[in-house]
Design a protein around this ligand. Structure first.
Ligand SMILES: Cc1cc2nc3c(=O)[nH]c(=O)nc-3n(C[C@H](O)[C@H](O)[C@H](O)COP(=O)(O)OP(=O)(O)OC[C@H]3O[C@@H](n4cnc5c(N)ncnc54)[C@H](O)[C@@H]3O)c2cc1C
Length: 404
């Protein structure tokens, strides 16, 4: 058992150095400032600038494009540390990471040349957009569409919903319908790399036809904006079809689903990070607070809670690293990524709730960090596929692998 555990938890010297560096960054710059940015719902610009200096926008981008060229496992370790600080900070990197994954795996050489080097430094940032007002889980029901014009450009029309980094991003990897009659529907879907002006609500010039309405007000996950995107006659050149017009037309659904698999490892790592932080807060508070003449940590009911919390955090971390390592080794990891996402996001919510209970009345006060975690954690149950959708993925993959 010990051997199997260390196999997944072991870190190379480089991984140790990276995670220690990011943990220190989280302790010194993210955690002390999160309350302010959460309260004001303000984009944490100085923290993001520092992340650019640390190379955190190019963790998985190859060195030839100026990235760090690290694997998914190391990325997951880094995301855990960022989320331990504040999940909104990892949210700023996450859609960017998915965009760079899509480019690295499916992009043409020209697309890689055009975007990857500037993405690695964080000079330009990416969002990714599947959801619409009427759908999230049922991606094949997408209504936004693109039609080829006589001049060879594609005109995109339709409304997208819940786009993380929707306002401040420079690129949106957006999935739309290019063939309404395709059967099955997923074969008629294409991913466009839609360029836009960052921070601008009404795009003009080359990007006219793309409007970003005011950011959506949320219970948590503040600081990073979630927006709608309204495409109304927005023109996208054919060379901005992911993979090029010839190879990429009609491939968008498959490309996006592939990216969601690494996205699930990413969300799982976020679940581990927030749960780890909640456990730390509970361990500290339970040894400070006294009731009935002793520290509450000395009451067996509280100790049992701590024991369950720590066990779940370790299990979630093991599942997450297993999925990441399998992907890095080029092995199938769809089932494992679904399990990791399901378990780690539920763990995030449960461990945060237990830590909240351990804080008693003070957990309800904005003076205590756990109050923010309590509002942040539920997002992870939803993004990148809800728990119900993960169970559908896991069930389907299980039956495929064990077909009689
Ligand atoms: C803060 C935030 C940020 C987000 N960022 C992005 C982003 O950057 N890009 C993006 O594209 N999307 C993003 N999303 C959208 C997110 O991916 C969707 O909200 C999610 O996929 C769920 O879709 P939905 O909200 O439409 O719920 P629905 O699909 O309408 O589901 C409603 C409920 O029904 C359940 N359900 C649905 N179908 C089934 C079924 N077949 N069987 C059983 N139960 C089912 C669901 O699990 C859920 O409980 C974000 C969402 C939030 C809240």
């Amino acid at each position: 058992m010990a051997v199997a555990t260390s196999q997944f938890l072991e870190k190379t010297d480089e991984q140790k150095a990276m995670t220690e560096m990011v943990r220190q960054f989280a302790d010194e710059q993210i955690i002390p400032n999160a309350e302010h940015y959460d309260h004001e719902d303000e984009f944490p610009e100085p923290i993001v600038e520092k992340m650019k200096e640390l190379g955190l926008f190019g963790v998985t981008i190859p060195e030839e494009y100026g990235g760090l060229g690290l694997d998914l496992t190391t990325y997951a370790m880094i995301v855990e540390e960022l989320s331990r600080g504040w999940i909104s900070i990892s949210g700023i990197v996450n859609t960017h990471f998915i965009g760079s994954y899509l480019l690295m795996k499916f992009g043409t050489d020209a697309q890689k040349e055009k975007y990857l080097a500037r993405m690695a430094t964080g000079e330009i940032r990416a969002a990714f957009s599947l959801s619409e007002p009427e759908l999230g889980s049922d991606v094949q029901a997408i209504k936004a569409s693109a039609t080829r014009s006589d001049d060879g450009t594609y005109e995109i029309n339709g409304q997208k919903m819940w786009v993380t980094n929707g306002l401040l991003s420079d690129l949106v990897f957006v999935l739309v319908k290019t063939d309404k009659d395709a059967d099955p529907p997923y074969k008629g879907m294409t991913c466009f790399i839609a360029e836009k002006e960052p921070g601008v609500s009404e795009n003009t010039g080359d990007y006219a036809g793309l409007t970003v309405p005011p950011k959506i007000k949320k219970m948590g996950y503040k600081g990073v904006e979630s927006t709608e995107l309204v495409f109304d006659g927005y023109r996208c050149p054919a060379e901005n079809i992911l993979g090029g017009e010839e190879a990429g037309l009609g491939q968008g659904f498959v490309q996006m689903m592939d990216a969601l698999e690494v996205g699930r490892v990413n969300v799982a790592a976020r679940g581990v990070g927030i749960a780890q932080r909640a456990l730390e807060l509970a361990l500290r508070y339970s040894q400070e607070r006294k009731t009935f003449g002793k520290e509450i940590a000395q009451h067996q009911a509280i100790q049992f809670k701590l024991a369950d919390m720590a066990t779940k955090v370790d299990a979630a971390r093991l599942l997450t690293l297993r999925a990441a390592r399998l992907k890095d080794a080029g092995e199938r990891s769809d089932l494992e990524a679904g399990m990791a996402k399901l378990f780690a996001s539920e763990t995030g919510k449960e461990v945060v709730e237990d830590a909240f209970r351990i804080h008693g009345g003070y957990g309800y006060s904005k003076e205590y960090e756990i109050e923010r975690l309590y509002r942040d954690a539920p997002l992870l149950l939803i993004g990148e596929g809800t728990s119900e959708i993960q169970r559908m993925v896991i069930g389907r993959k299980l039956l495929q692998r064990h077909k009689i």
